[in-house]
Design a protein around this ligand. Structure first.
Ligand code: 6PG
Length: 469
């Protein structure tokens, strides 16, 4: 009896996904470049399971029902190309390759075309939910060959997280749409993580709260968010270091790393002339955190003590600021998706994107339900900020975000994501911005021309007598 699907790459994500698929009644073939890893998996976690270890790509291909479905769970970048090259001689027309890693969407476009020419169907598929999600139900974001999705649909739906609105998977669109959606998911992920961390920073530095006290606060706040990132935050805050007995979070070095997806979101937003300032701030905050040695040197010169004149009510304002800034982070991400969708021809249904993020993924949250509703009733909604679903929240909580940003700025604690979220809101609602002056400056020094408020056309002024310079 042949296998229903193959999984290449036996790191934890690949193992867990294979186990998840098997648990739903499918027979799975697995392969890993390092054969010992495959052997160990087969002998231990996959023992007595309907999982077959294979040790060459030929053996893998021969073990699979046609059309073959092969899921790549290898590191993004060159490893994906290497595996594809080695798989190809063993595949036949109509077979399906699914890339389940965090590949750059431009790589996915390239691979999609390359494989299409060879008659191989390709699905660039974002998978979110970490190790736990891979095993118990991730959010799955596939894009690419539609007929390949139809063949994969049953397996995807079986293994995905489930909500009352269905399994957290949907065919998103052609070519790289799935990986693009996953990239933006990660951009939003970066922004929410940074916003939560800034709220934590305010509470520990201004109010001198302990990790245990903040554990209680975030836990309470999460009644409203019901979000995975808030949930892991309060769990982290009560965790004690075995060696020192201190809260583990206090022992961890404040230098954040990143693998690129957040940065890619910002890079692509810039290319599309889209402003996603909160996500941008989150990427920059990680970058700045990583130069710890420079911060120590500069901090020694400009060391400023934090004096607190704020009363405890302020913490409730931080709660409201975090809530509304989180909505703004989603708004930025959805805007980027909306524009990318029309620019790249993805034809994304944003309410479906919100729906498949409702569970399984890292940015799952109670907020995704009203986000889903917003785009369901208005697919071309100009911005989530003006959704009826959030009208009251914006009215009530923007003043709190403003209070938090202005008070914390006086103290001198960096809150780039909070500040950027507020600037995004203030910028968007400004009927008048000072860009008229920028246009005048451009025209002055470079004859770049400008448009007028009172009549149509392109204008230029001879601001200076160039012959007399
Ligand atoms: C997920 C995550 C995951 C991602 C890291 C990104 O949705 O499960 O987004 O896919 O790899 O969380 O992490 P960095 O912080 O290392 O960029």
């Amino acid at each position: 009896e042949k296998c229903d699907i193959g999984v290449v790459g036996m790191a934890v994500m690949g193992q867990n996904l294979a186990l998840n698929i098997e648990s739903k009644g499918y027979k799975v073939a697995v392969y890993n470049r390092d054969h010992d890893k495959t052997k160990k998996f087969i002998e231990e976690r996959a023992s007595n399971k309907n999982i077959l270890g294979t040790y060459t790509y030929e053996e893998l291909a021969k073990s699979l029902n046609r059309p073959r479905k092969i899921m790549l769970m290898v590191k993004a970048g060159k490893p994906v190309d290497d595996v594809i090259e080695q798989l190809l001689p063993n595949l036949e027309k109509g077979d399906i390759i699914i890339d389940g890693g965090n590949s750059h969407y431009k790589d996915t476009n390239r691979r999609f075309k390359y494989l299409q020419d060879k008659g191989i169907r390709f699905l660039g598929t974002g998978i979110s939910g970490g190790e736990y999600g891979a095993l118990h139900g991730p959010s799955i974001m596939p894009g690419g060959d539609k007929s390949a999705y139809e063949e994969m649909k049953d397996i995807f739906e079986a293994i995905a997280a489930k909500t009352e609105d269905g399994p957290c998977v949907a065919y998103l669109g052609p070519s790289s749409s799935g990986h693009y959606v996953k990239m933006v998911h990660n951009g939003i992920e970066y922004a929410i993580m940074e916003l939560i961390s800034e709220a934590y920073d305010i509470m520990r530095k201004v109010f001198r709260l302990s990790a245990d006290e903040m554990h209680e606060i975030f836990k309470k706040w999460n009644d409203e968010h019901k979000s995975y990132l808030m949930e892991i935050t309060y769990k982290i805050l009560e965790w004690k270091d075995e060696e020192t007995g201190k809260p583990l979070v206090d022992v961890i070095l404040d230098s954040a790393q990143q693998k690129g997806t957040g940065k890619w979101s910002v890079q692509d937003a810039l290319d599309l002339n889209i402003s996603i300032p909160t996500i941008n701030a989150a990427v920059n905050a990680r970058t700045l955190s990583a130069i710890k040695h420079e911060r120590l040197e500069i901090g020694n010169i400009f060391d400023t003590p934090v004096n607190n004149s704020l009363n405890n009510d302020f913490i409730n304002s931080v709660r409201d600021a975090l809530y509304i800034a989180t909505i703004i982070a989603y708004a930025e991400g959805m805007k980027l998706l909306q524009v990318a969708s029309s620019e790249y021809g993805y034809g994304l249904d944003l309410s479906e994107v919100a729906r498949i993020w409702e569970d399984g993924c890292i940015i799952r949250s109670a907020l995704l339900k009203p986000i889903q509703k917003s785009f369901k009733s208005k697919p071309n909604l100009v911005n989530l900020i003006i959704s009826e679903e959030f009208r009251k929240d914006f009215e009530n909580r923007i003043p709190k975000l403003r209070e938090v940003v202005s008070e914390i700025k006086k103290i001198g604690i960096p809150i780039p994501a909070f500040a950027s979220a507020l600037d995004y809101f203030d910028g968007l609602r400004s009927k008048e911005l000072p860009a008229n002056l920028i246009q005048a400056q451009r025209d002055f020094f470079g004859a770049h021309t400008y448009q007028r408020k009172d009549k149509e056309g392109i204008f230029h002024t001879e601001w200076q007598d160039i012959h007399n310079i």
